[in-house]
Design a protein around this ligand. Structure first.
Ligand code: SF4
Length: 228
């Protein structure tokens, strides 16, 4: 039943055209393409969430990349942020492989579900406040349906704020590795986004990044009643 409702929600997301600026941008990028991907038939639509409907780890990103998720149709797939994300998820047992190149590449998530604050690729990776407001009901719907989630990792400040708003919570500080336990027992971990801007400048190092998922694994496993 839970997965059926998520399927219905995903179908609604993929058909969404509520943000005129983003609809124009995602479709233009899909038409014009990037030279290295000219053989690709770009997705060019809102990118649905991806993962295990019974997940205990929820990851909230910002929005699909123009030539990543907007090309492949899967969250964090086909761009450098995705390379960082799936390598860490694989390392800590949340994914069956570290590579994510396209739908149909065999990638499966275990106990992990990935969504985003906005589902359409925005120009300059910056959705507006109104676009985030329009997209938030989808995040609220997912949170309501993902009843097993115990740990949430937000990637970047915008995702952090979007999650707090979707949960109708007040402000909680954002910082890499900061943790907060919510009233329902869910642990929220904030992380810097693995964007090139952060990873190329050393603002986010591989060790800092892996530390987030190591901690998430400990917290998820603790909820199991198992020791590591
Ligand atoms: S960003 Fe969200 S609300 Fe806006 S068009 Fe895309 S799916 Fe719809």
């Amino acid at each position: 039943m839970v997965s059926l409702n998520l399927v219905t929600l995903h179908a609604r997301i993929v058909r969404c055209r509520q943000c005129p600026r983003l609809v124009r941008w995602r479709e233009r990028v899909a038409r014009e393409k990037k030279r290295e991907f000219r053989e690709w038939d770009y997705w060019g639509k809102p990118v649905p969430p991806f993962g295990d409907p019974r997940a205990r780890l929820l990851i909230v990103g910002l929005a699909p990349a123009a030539h990543g998720g907007n090309r492949t149709g899967r969250m964090f797939t086909g761009d450098s942020s995705g390379n960082w994300l799936y390598a860490a998820l694989h390392q800590f047992g949340f994914a069956n492989q570290a590579e994510s190149t396209g739908r149909g590449d065999g990638l499966r998530l275990r106990d992990c579900y990935i969504t985003a604050a906005a589902r359409c690729a925005p120009p300059d990776n910056k959705p507006t406040r109104h676009e985030l407001d329009r997209c938030r009901p989808y995040l609220e719907g997912e949170i309501a349906l993902l009843t097993r989630v115990r740990v949430v990792v937000t990637l970047g400040r915008i995702a952090h704020d979007a999650f707090l708003k979707a949960k109708e919570l007040g402000r909680l500080p954002f910082g890499h590795g900061l943790e907060a336990t919510l009233a329902d027992g869910t642990v929220l971990i904030s992380s810097y986004h693995p964007s090139r801007q952060n990873t190329n400048t050393g603002k986010l190092t591989r060790a800092m990044w892996e530390g987030i998922f190591k901690r998430a694994r400990v917290l998820v496993t603790k909820g199991d009643g198992r020791t590591e």
